[in-house]
Write a protein that binds this ligand. Structure first.
Ligand code: UD1
Length: 453
């Protein structure tokens, strides 16, 4: 009896889960557009809590994570509406300083709210975001920095409560040294320090382009910031910030993924816009693998034929980004020779290895180091994306594999790539979404003009 019921359960489950079906082996040709950066847009949205005035953010990608951050701002009393590619954010009605657990739990980035809420409202209560699939992801650097700015911080029952002592007082500038250059901590503390009294100096700060983008918005709002994008950031606090109209930078991780789509299919594509400074290490590794790259001032044309093995180690910017480690590994699985990939940022970011092995990749994993012996041909298989970038890696592998690959775990993919299957199909890939209705990003676009960003 049990033996009979198991297959029918499996059939039911497979019906319920949407998947991408890819028939590999097609050459790609044409041009692909890169959306605005998810990781920038999320933190820029949180920055709207710093002012009562309206902020217009342009070039915001239609992603489920953006919808989640919109819900977080709305739960605090903010208003968020989408107009085509722009979000209009209004923080005049903020009435709550408590972030709901469910929202922080489903979107880690909503922890960003702690910095601006504390700076403007004098208090913030935000649940600890906890770990995620790729690692434990602590927030002690954020907490240490808030204390250095004069906040009293307690952590009880899984909730971080930060308070500026004394009624009507502001945070005060201070010296912050990061033991590790955390992107999230640097951004959280920048948003806290812009409204503090006096000067804040952050040493060993994260230098990622998204940090510089946040500084760009804050400066447009009237903040005084020097050095964002370098290891030392100096902020002179101001009493208030005002509204702004600001365009988010292009998504360097999406750009890298699309360039890799060309490389893994041995094709020629133009990907635009690409800011070369944002992708330096990735472009260098693509060239070392044998790709020809040409930047025309806006977009990057990539042409690939023979791909050689290359070694890479993930490190904070400007070194090779952890977010492109899994997608690049798919390419290396098809290269000539043996590559060594070392993951130094997140302790559990090698889960795609087992899935690539199921597609015929020859990879040996020793803790955080993968030894990848390129094979002549990957073979299509049902695979599971285990996190956002691992899902993208599966899609890339599917483009190159012989036969049909079905990629599950689209709830991850949809967090960071808007309409990836449509983009790839437009340049010749054979890829379609099966089950589950339209992608969430498309549903989000359908709600244009409503307040549900
Ligand atoms: C951001 C990005 C994420 C990217 C990551 C690293 C967003 C929304 N997400 O995540 O896509 O993969 O940067 O480039 O922008 N750490 C500590 N203590 C802390 C904070 C961090 O030890 O208090 C460690 C982390 O465990 C990790 C490393 O620092 O090993 C980098 O983490 P961090 O830069 O904070 O990543 P996020 O900001 O969470």
């Amino acid at each position: 009896m049990t033996a009979l019921s198991l297959p029918s359960l499996a059939t039911d489950l497979s019906k319920a889960q949407p998947e991408l079906q890819i028939t590999g082996g097609r050459r790609l040709e044409g041009e692909l557009r890169v959306d605005g950066a998810k990781n920038s847009a999320l933190v820029l949205m949180a920055a709207c809590l710093l002012t009562r005035d309206q902020i217009r953010l342009r070039n915001v990608p239609p992603l489920t994570d953006i919808v989640g951050m919109g819900e977080m701002l709305q739960s605090l009393g903010g208003q968020v509406s989408r107009e085509a590619n722009s979000l209009v954010l209004d923080g005049s009605g903020i009435h709550s300083t408590t972030a709901p657990y469910e929202l922080v739990n489903s979107l880690r980035a909503s922890f960003f709210c702690i910095g601006p809420l504390l700076a403007r409202m004098g208090m913030a209560k935000v649940p600890l975001p906890g770990g995620c699939k790729i690692g434990t992801r602590p927030v002690e650097e954020h907490v240490k920095g808030l204390k250095a700015l004069g906040a009293q911080v307690t952590i009880e029952h899984g909730v971080v409560t930060a308070v500026v002592p004394g009624r009507g007082q502001r945070l005060r500038g201070g010296r912050i040294y990061f033991d590790c250059p955390s992107v999230g901590a640097t951004e959280t503390l920048m948003m806290a320090a812009v409204l503090a009294e006096g000067e804040t100096v952050m040493a060993n700060a994260a230098q990622e382009p998204e940090v510089a983008d946040l500084a760009g918005l804050l400066i447009a709002m009237g903040a005084r910031i020097r050095g964002a994008g370098t290891q030392t950031i100096t902020i002179t606090g101001v009493e208030r910030l005002h509204g702004a109209d600001y365009a988010v930078i292009p998504d360097r991780i999406e750009a890298g993924t699309l360039l890799l789509a060309a490389a893994i299919t041995r094709s020629r594509l133009r990907v635009t816009p690409v800011i070369t400074d944002h992708l330096g290490a990735v472009l260098t590794k693509l060239e070392a693998a044998g790709c020809r790259l040409e930047h025309d001032g806006v977009g990057m044309t990539i042409e690939a034929s023979d791909i050689q093995a290359v070694d890479l180690r993930t490190q904070p910017f400007p070194a090779f980004p952890t977010d492109l480690q899994a997608p690049f590994m798919s390419l290396l699985a098809t290269a000539r020779g043996t590559s060594v990939v070392t993951e130094n940022i997140f302790e559990n970011r090698m889960q795609h290895v087992a899935e690539l092995q199921r597609m015929g990749a020859a990879i040996r994993l020793q803790s955080n180091i993968a030894f990848i012996e390129g094979v002549a041909q990957l073979s299509g298989a049902p695979v599971q994306g285990t996190d956002l970038r691992a899902s993208a890696a599966m899609v890339l592998a599917g483009l190159a594999a012989e036969g049909v690959t079905s990629v599950r775990g689209l709830e991850y993919l949809d967090r960071g790539y808007a309409g990836l299957e449509h983009k790839l199909a437009s340049v010749g890939a054979c890829i379609q979404r099966i089950g589950g209705g339209p992608a969430p990003a498309e549903r989000d676009l359908l709600t244009q003009g409503s307040s549900a960003a």
